[in-house]
Design a protein around this ligand. Structure first.
Ligand code: ZN
Length: 147
């Protein structure tokens, strides 16, 4: 009875070690809207490749968009620090540990893909993503659900 048990363990270890990159995509437009109010990281993902695409045409000093991930409890403060950081810093403080992930600030037609390790996130935590361009936070935000 030893052999089936070892085989079973081997399959289990192989599965556990396998990386699964889950792709998430969201767009922002010239009407100051994200395409999604919620993004879900499924249980079997080991890494997330998130792409933000700006489908508009306006320049980034007029209608720039980014995607910043924080715990929901940090969003208001990080958002105001982002405005203070200014356009040259993509409206995000450069070394703020509360920012868990961020894309570049994009102009119309641009896109940016970032990767986030699932192990850096907590299952069930209340996460919010938002655009830190001044005035956008009120409408450009959503929930990241980690399963
Ligand atoms: Zn924006």
């Amino acid at each position: 009875m030893r052999i089936p048990l070892l085989l079973g363990l081997g399959v289990f270890l192989a599965t556990a070690a396998q990386a699964k990159v889950c792709k998430l995509e969201i767009t922002g437009n010239d009407q100051m809207q994200y395409s999604k109010k919620e993004l879900v990281v499924e249980k079997d993902c080991t890494e997330i490749a998130l792409t933000l695409k700006h489908t508009g045409k306006l320049p980034k000093n007029i209608m720039g968009h980014n995607w910043i991930l924080v715990k929901t409890s940090d969003v208001t403060d990080v958002s105001s620090k982002g405005v203070a950081a200014g356009l040259d810093n993509g409206y995000a403080p450069t070394s703020d540990k509360r920012i868990l992930a961020r894309t570049k600030l994009l102009a119309g037609g641009e896109s940016d893909t970032i990767t986030v390790k699932k192990s850096d996130l907590t299952v069930g935590e209340d996460y919010t993503y938002f655009c830190s361009f001044p005035g956008h936070f009120a409408v450009m935000k959503g929930k990241l659900v980690v399963r």
